[in-house]
Structure formats: C-alpha cells, structure tokens
Design a protein around this ligand. Structure first.
Ligand code: CA2
Length: 142
C-alpha cells in the first residue's frame, strides 16, 4: 500500500482558530481527517504529524523518508530559517513536496527565501489549505 506523510510545522496547530483571512477557517484536525479519508478512498495510507519543535519535524522526516512514497511538508516559519530541516529533506529517499497556505513570496521580505525549496521535488503556495489536497491528489494520481 502506498504511504504518504503530511507534516506541519510551528503554529499550524492554530489553523481555523486565528487569522482566518490568511489561513482559512478549517482546523488542522478537520483537514487531517479529510486527507486520511481521501487516502483511504484511494488505497493510500496517509500519516499526519504536526509539531512546533524543529527537531521533532526532523525526526518525522527521517522516520518517514526512507519508506514512505512521498512527504508533504509545510515547515511554517522554519521554511525561512532551518538549514537542519533542509538537510533532513536532502538526506531522505522519498520525494518531499513543500506546501504553503499563503504565498510567502508576496509577503514580507524575510518570507521570500525558502531554505527547503531547492531540495524539494515540487510544491504549491497561495492556494489556501486546498493546496495540501492538490498536492496529495497529484501524487496519488501520478
Ligand atoms: O503560508 C504558509 O503556509 C506558511 O508556511 C505559514 C507560516 C509562515 O511563517 C510561512 O511564512 C508561510 C506561519 C504558520 C502560522 O500558522 C497559523 C495558522 C493559524 C493562525 C495563525 C497562524
């Protein structure tokens, strides 16, 4: 059975509770349930994980990156700062896709650099929370 891990970084546990204009109205719990259900409907195991801790995200990349078929990651603010998350993505076998809810390149200057982009297989930004499902569908139907 195909296995896909969806990893979310710092503050994304707040989805649906704050800043709905930027990050939408759906909670992470609801979104995760929809990704798992979509996977089930297509014979794919979807594993979801969120952490506010950089090292825990690195552990999750390593734990899934050698036997999952793909990883989707929204590294949150670590996108712009974390050499360590970039190194973990570069180290694993699974293709990693970078997902952003907003379009960071159209925001503050410090969000315009992604340290992970170069080591990812692809990604989306600016499609709201639907971006995760868009990438998930694209991987499943590839
Ligand atoms: O657009 C994205 O998905 C981001 O990865 C979100 C990060 C931000 O630092 C990146 O530049 C772009 C911030 C996540 C904050 O998540 C919240 C969710 C709901 C309410 C408040 C924050």
């Amino acid at each position: 059975m195909k296995r896909i891990a969806i990893l979310n970084g710092p503050n994304l546990n707040l989805l649906g509770t704050r800043e709905p204009g930027v990050y939408g109205h759906q909670t992470l719990e609801d979104l995760e349930a929809s990704w798992v259900a979509f996977g089930q409907a297509h014979g794919v195991e979807v594993i979801c994980f969120q952490s506010n801790v950089e090292g825990e995200l690195i552990d999750a990349i390593q734990a899934n990156g050698f036997d999952a078929d793909a990883i989707l990651i929204n590294p949150g603010g670590y996108t712009h700062t974390s050499v360590a998350i970039r190194d973990a993505i570069a180290a694993v076998d699974a293709p990693v896709y970078e997902v952003h809810i907003s379009h960071p390149e159209a925001r503050e200057e410090f969000r315009k650099t992604s340290l992970v982009r170069e080591v990812c297989a692809g990604g989306v930004s600016g499609l709201g929370v639907r971006g995760y499902m868009t990438v998930l569908e694209s991987i499943i139907f590839k």
